[in-house]
Design a protein around this ligand. Structure first.
Ligand code: AMP
Ligand code: MN
Ligand code: MN
Length: 327
């Protein structure tokens, strides 16, 4: 994989006209915020920009400035000059968006996942960045691209959500400096943004947590904790896929727990596995890669074919091996 420089990418951004800015399925604040921020900056430059995500904008992120720009991909494929994938560890995680691009002269891949293989013609993968939003900020600054209130707020949300509100280990002095600059440049109301992000959940999210806690299991001397969600419970509570984002943090937050796992039964015969670690020596990205997934050392995921019970068994067995080898 050859890594591109910000200057090389900046040149491509300036020299082309039609862009599609893409992000991963089941998007989070980093994917959506980074997509909107880069799109708005390019629009300010007079570019023709499409912003597509398989899931469209999520209800809980609809407060993001200019969120209406981000739509589901069209049914008929379109030609663009440049397609830019953000925060997307493997190209297939773009989902239906991939089919919406008939042709692109150049594919750019900007991401911070350790497991990113470096697909595309121009690549910046920086696993030291706590959020793709931080890389987009550095791109914008280094290339003198437009940065206004709306762009700043989208980037702030990208960074705040992917750092767990500036708590996860990759949060550095530079992260706080970038956040400070975003707050200053955009005159951001941090309290209001935080309330929209962390204190505006629908009631059903807590009802979902109540059901998940009933299934909570501890294993391997309390070093692994897990809970699971069946299709039936999800239907009974009428929860949306986005409602469970962050609930796994309750498991990780328990003393003694090193690995937290969330199993979610999906309608396509697969189980979505979400994994978190509190110890760099327990690399959940490596565990998830064994099941065809990926992510970061301390936060990763996979979609595994099989019933809930089968997948739980296989994945916990793998975790047991890793914990035993470590101790
Ligand atoms: P999640 O548990 O869904 O919040 O995902 C944790 C991290 O792992 C995120 O950064 C995801 O982008 C990444 N990830 C989740 N699922 C997959 C997958 N199936 N393949 C590759 N990366 C994934
Ligand atoms: Mn993401
Ligand atoms: Mn991210």
């Amino acid at each position: 994989m050859t890594t591109s420089t910000f200057n090389e990418i900046g040149q491509v951004l300036r020299e082309h006209q039609r862009f599609a800015i893409l992000g991963h399925v089941r998007p989070d604040g980093d994917a959506l915020g980074s997509q909107l921020a880069l799109a708005l900056s390019l629009q300010q430059l007079g570019k023709d920009v499409r912003v597509w995500n398989e899931d469209g904008i999520l209800e809980k992120y609809s407060f993001l400035p200019r969120s209406e720009l981000l739509t589901k991909p069209p049914a008929t494929a379109e030609d663009v000059d440049v397609a830019i994938a953000l925060d997307t560890a493997i190209q297939s995680r773009l989902g239906t968006v991939l089919a919406a691009i008939r042709s692109a002269k150049i594919w750019i891949n900007i991401d911070h996942h350790l497991s990113n293989p470096g697909y595309g013609d121009m690549v910046i993968v920086d696993p030291s960045a706590p959020a793709t939003g931080e890389i987009i900020f550095r791109l914008i600054k280094s290339q003198g691209l437009p940065l206004n209130h709306d762009i700043a707020e989208n980037l702030y949300v990208a960074i705040s959500t992917d750092t767990g509100s500036f708590q996860y280990p990759k949060t550095s002095a530079r992260t706080f400096e970038i956040a400070a600059e975003l707050v200053r440049v955009g005159s951001l109301d941090v309290g209001k943004i935080s309330q929209q992000l962390y204190e505006s959940h629908p009631r059903r999210r807590l009802e979902l947590l109540r059901e998940l806690l009933r299934t909570m299991r501890f294993e391997f001397g309390g070093r692994a904790a897990s809970f699971s969600l069946t299709l039936k419970t999800a239907a009974d509570l009428a929860v949306l896929p986005e409602d469970n984002e962050g609930l796994i943090d309750h498991l990780r937050a328990i003393r003694g727990v090193v690995v937290a796992v969330f199993f979610e039964e999906l309608a396509d015969g697969k189980v979505r596995v979400s994994m978190r670690s509190k110890d760099e020596a327990v690399d959940v990205c490596a565990i998830c890669q064994k099941f065809g997934g990926g992510g970061h050392t301390l936060a990763a995921g996979a979609r595994v074919r099989g019933s809930l019970a089968e997948v739980e068994g296989k994945v916990l067995e793998e975790i047991r091996g890793v914990l035993e080898r470590k101790s």
